[in-house]
Unconditional design. Structure first.
Length: 232
């Protein structure tokens, strides 16, 4: 899949749109500004996906990227059916690059999120399904695999203070597992990733953004590789 559009950064008008959306999160305002959203966020996002995806293939050859909405580009519409927050729109732009044959949220991948005043980069697996959780725990109970994961996380955190190990966790070691096991704290995770959240860098408005992101995704790569092996 290819695109003729060259990525030259996200225009400031796109960030202004997200800022204004925070105080005008309703369908009437969005529809009145839909052209701005499409031109200043969706169009550059699709070009970014292609540029970023090609760069990611240099470190993860099997990475999947697709500029269509609901593929790499997340929908801006929120699912409000089971949420107390009934605001209809997300107030950020989300993009995912993933690796594996399962549905994308069940695969490890690299995530990019753009907000009016900050940017998030992340790598990992959003949520362990029941099957993935069993496989993850089995891997952690293998001391060699658990040690490899621990070293991967330590390597990432050693690469920069902005990298934070993240993921939903249980409050205590699951029933049936030894809380004194040397890697017991890894059993607390029910999703696992590493994130970096920073103020908007100047590169966000330029063609240099994919290279800026790639440098950080390279640092996060050890966790991605471990999770890909675990889920294979």
């Amino acid at each position: 899949m290819s695109t003729a559009i060259q990525f030259n950064g996200f225009p400031r008008e796109g960030l202004d749109f997200l800022q204004d959306l925070r105080t005008n999160n309703n369908k009437a305002w969005f529809e009145a500004h839909r052209t701005l959203y499409e031109n200043c966020l969706v169009t550059p996002a699709r070009a970014f996906i292609m540029e970023m995806g090609r760069r990611l293939q240099t470190i993860a050859p099997d990475i999947i990227f697709d500029p269509r909405t609901d593929r790499s580009l997340f929908r801006i519409y929120r699912d409000v059916r089971f949420s107390k927050n009934k605001a209809p729109f997300k107030e950020h732009l989300g993009i995912l690059f993933w690796e594996g044959s399962a549905p994308k949220l069940q695969c490890s991948g690299f995530y990019f999120q753009l907000e009016p005043d900050n940017m998030m980069l992340a790598a990992g697996l959003y949520e362990f399904t029941s099957d993935l959780l069993q496989r993850y725990r089995a891997a952690i109970m293998n001391e060699k695999q658990a040690d490899k994961l621990m070293k991967a996380l330590q390597q990432i955190q050693g690469a920069g203070k902005d990298y934070v190990v993240s993921g939903d966790q249980y409050k205590r070691v699951p029933h049936g597992y030894d809380p004194n096991y040397q890697y017991a704290r890894l059993l607390l995770f029910k999703s696992l990733g590493v994130i970096m959240q920073i103020p908007l860098p100047e590169q966000v408005h330029s063609a240099d953004l994919p290279d800026f992101c790639l440098a950080h995704f390279k640092n996060m790569l050890p966790l991605h590789r471990w999770l890909v092996e675990m889920t294979a």
